[in-house]
Design a protein around this ligand. Structure first.
Ligand SMILES: NC(=O)c1ccc[n+]([C@@H]2O[C@H](COP(=O)([O-])OP(=O)(O)OC[C@H]3O[C@@H](n4cnc5c(N)ncnc54)[C@H](O)[C@@H]3O)[C@@H](O)[C@H]2O)c1
Length: 322
């Protein structure tokens, strides 16, 4: 059962698990997701994860052996403005899903966590042992969820894995693309199309070109990591937390130059003051999952921006190049 399977990452996960031969169903309240991301033969239980009885019934009806809990709210800025909504949807949501799993006898949980649990006080390469110090309510919800799984697993005998994604982008096909516009790459595309220069926050960080460095990971790689985790859990791999990143960082300016080259649009950017709480560099150390589950990323920044641009341009009328 994939909760949030009608969303951007969830739909890619559903596709990857079906490719591996799993009989996948989805629970999604369609608050930010869309039915059209799922094939017609994918069963959808259209309810909130907060409705414990409906989640229990859905797990029983589908005979689910494993839950991939992807459903959540994910916008950092919104979580600062509306923390209670984030604690309800993400933390009480996790409480509800775990309660339903215990009631339905579903014994395996794979959780969508986030690099946001590390906060900003990290060095360049972040491994799973790094201190956790979330810088937003969103990051705290993910850390609390990990703790709730750990404690429940001991008491109820669950097997679990938590995957801490870094900066997810790109699309495996245009229909599955991210339709939100909170991340850097969609923001750049929107700026290209409107003719308004994209904003860069800070250009004097202690990095190779002064702009922030992040680890951009293709969503198809993220989906494959879930398939590897499910294979691992089915084969008895121990419960664990894994980073999901490429292990290599890209600066904001490098994203700009790559976007110029891939889109063929010549645009400038606006340098603004640095934002509070932005870390100079956050890059995953992805060695643990390579050793533990044999997964590593396959796609690079060109693939990420190319696939994202293809999806973007297929649904938006783009003005002629200037
Ligand atoms: N996008 C990223 O870069 C990123 C990075 C790290 C972690 N994550 C995590 O990955 C997960 C998926 O993110 P996404 O980018 O696909 O977001 P998304 O908004 O596209 O997908 C979330 C899905 O969950 C559903 N949903 C939300 N609340 C629900 C509820 N109460 N009950 C049932 N369904 C509900 C939505 O309708 C949507 O289909 C989230 O848990 C997010 O925190 C995302």
């Amino acid at each position: 059962m994939v909760t949030g399977g009608a969303g951007y990452i969830g739909a890619h996960v559903v596709q990857a698990l079906r490719r591996d031969g799993h009989d996948v169903a989805v629970i999604d309240d369609l608050s930010t997701g869309s039915r059209d991301r799922l094939t017609n033969d994918t069963p959808l239980f259209p309810c909130s994860v907060l409705d414990t009885e409906l989640v229990t019934d859905s797990l029983r009806a589908h005979g689910s052996e494993l839950v991939v809990h992807v459903a959540a709210k994910k916008a950092v800025e919104q979580s600062i403005a509306e923390p209670l909504m984030y604690y309800r949807e993400n933390v009480i949501g996790m409480h509800s899903v775990l309660t339903a799993m215990v009631q339905a006898g579903t014994r395996k949980m794979l959780f969508s966590s986030s690099a946001a649990v590390y906060g900003t006080s990290t060095g360049d390469l972040v491994d799973e042992q790094a201190d956790t110090a979330p810088a937003s309510p969103y990051g705290w919800t993910k850390l609390m969820c990990e703790q709730m799984i750990r404690d429940t697993a001991v008491a109820a005998g669950l097997d679990w894995m938590a995957l801490r994604y870094f900066n997810v982008a790109g699309a495996a096909d245009p229909g599955l693309a991210d339709r939100g516009e909170n991340n850097l790459i969609p923001k750049v595309f929107r700026a290209i199309c409107s003719g308004v220069p994209p904003q860069i926050f800070g250009d004097s960080y202690p990095t190779r070109d002064g702009t922030c460095i992040r680890d951009y990971i293709h969503v198809a790689d993220v989906a494959d990591a879930h398939a590897a985790a499910v294979r691992g859990m089915s084969g008895g791999a121990p419960s664990a937390i894994y980073n999901i990143g490429t292990g290599s960082g890209t600066s904001v300016l490098e994203v700009m130059h790559t976007a110029r080259r891939i889109t063929g649009r010549d645009f400038d950017w606006d340098v603004r003051p640095p934002r509070a709480g932005d870390s100079p560099a956050v890059v995953a150390d992805a060695a643990k999952i390579r050793a533990g589950l044999g997964w590593e990323s396959r796609y690079d920044l060109d693939d990420i921006i190319g696939s994202a641009w293809q999806s973007w341009s297929s649904r938006i009328e783009i003005p002629l190049a200037r």
